[in-house]
Ligand binder design. Structure first.
Ligand SMILES: Cc1ncc(COP(=O)(O)O)c(C=O)c1O
Length: 382
């Protein structure tokens, strides 16, 4: 080791560790990996070494992607810097100029915008269809239709379409099927069991579970994921090691969180259904979720205030439930679709879709359900 002060400052203490066995995986907070020889670099390119540069791959990204892939029963996975990064990776692993996408009309606004504002510029076209009014894809299939996209539980009206049926339909036409399983998570249903080729998560939500990270994961068949990985790294949407580590840490308690959050949500949905200040409650029906692997209907509840004019007072009345336009954290939170996620909708679109000023979206957390109920009771009484 060189012994001048400046050189020592940079290098001392940074020698590689001997084999140590931390119980938790360390954070590989490094942008690049060191090689002991040029031959080692050759071995990496020959497919024998795993890591070169973090944008291309990092043990923390892989830990998260592998865990979600295994929970979803999928062959492989890739993590991304956000749910949108993962959706983009999935779509562009399949689609190119001239291709057409069929998507459910109830999809996240960001996905809608990716399809219609961004991918359209690459010559990819899309059509949104109302799965509740159709029994076949027949009339919508074109010769260039390549991919079918839907969400397991939709936002904000929490509709659950017959996913196994639609996957089978899409497969009949030879389409690649991509499912956004963010709201249900593999705790409730694993779309790969029904033949989905790609499953995507905004891991920002239940996978991470603590509202402290933005991340995405895409899982599916080996060949598709290999291609998606090239898209994610090529477009620069790789997940940072620290975010990957936090998300993987959150994932460890997914089952515990989901169990409690779903149980709390079904109690709160019952309470809201019987409340005079609530016009309508949206919570998936047990009959619609019969293809889920557990008898639970998710942890999101939406509802319509009977008196829409009270909406501003209603949101002001909360003491500890926060108004925050996201979901799925351990803390119960509220959002208001019209002023946030569905802001871009015209008045007419809002009325026809049922996303009106009085619609409230509640993400139910792990707190004592009695406290959540009392907090809602107070706000509904304003
Ligand atoms: C169902 C769904 N998919 C995808 C996304 C996008 O995820 P992210 O915000 O992590 O990019 C969201 C975000 O709210 C979502 O609700």
């Amino acid at each position: 080791m060189a012994d001048r002060f400046e050189t020592k400052t940079v290098h001392l203490g940074h020698e590689p560790l001997r084999q140590v066995k931390g119980k938790a995986r360390p954070i590989y907070q490094t942008s690049v990996f060191a090689f002991s020889s040029l031959e080692d670099i050759e071995r990496y390119y020959a497919g024998e070494g795993e890591y070169l540069y973090t944008r291309n791959g990092n043990p923390n990204q892989h830990e998260l992607a592998d865990a979600v892939a295994r929970l979803e029963g999928a062959e492989a996975g890739v993590s991304a810097a956000s749910g949108m990064g993962a959706i983009m990776g999935g779509l562009l692993s399949v689609l190119g100029p001239g291709d057409h996408v069929l998507a459910s009309h109830e999809i996240y606004g960001g996905t809608y915008s990716l399809l219609f504002n961004e991918l359209s510029r690459l010559g990819i076209t899309a059509e949104c269809i109302d799965l509740s009014r159709l029994d076949s894809l027949d009339k919508h299939i074109r010769s260039n239709t390549k991919l079918f996209f839907m969400e397991t539980i939709t936002n904000p009206l929490l509709t659950v379409a017959d996913m196994p049926y639609w996957i089978a339909q899409a497969k009949n036409y030879g389409l690649t099927v991509m499912i956004d399983n963010t709201f249900a998570t593999p705790y409730l249903v694993q779309p790969a069991q029904y033949g989905a080729d790609l499953i995507v998560h905004s891991a920002t939500k239940y996978i991470g579970g603590h509202s402290d990270v933005t991340a995405g994961v895409l899982v599916g068949k080996n060949e598709l994921i290999a291609r998606a990985r090239e898209v994610v790294t090529g477009y620069g949407a790789s997940l940072s090691p620290f975010e990957a580590w936090l998300t993987a840490r959150g994932l460890k308690t997914l089952a515990l969180r989901m169990e409690k959050q779903c149980d709390n949500a079904s109690r709160i949905a019952e309470f809201l259904k019987n409340h005079p200040a609530v016009l309508k409650t949206y919570y998936p029906d047990a009959a619609d979720t019969s293809f889920f692997t557990r008898p639970k209907q998710g942890a999101m509840v939406s509802f319509q205030l009977a008196d829409e004019s009270k909406i501003y007072d209603f949101y002001r009345a909360f003491r500890w439930i926060k108004l925050a336009p996201s979901l799925a954290g351990v803390e119960t939170s509220l959002s208001h679709p019209v002023t946030t996620s569905h802001r871009a909708l015209s008045e007419e679109q809002r009325t026809t879709s049922g996303i009106t000023m009085g619609l409230v979206r509640l993400s139910v957390g792990i707190e004592a359900v009695e406290d959540i109920q009392e907090e809602l009771e107070r706000a509904l009484g304003v």
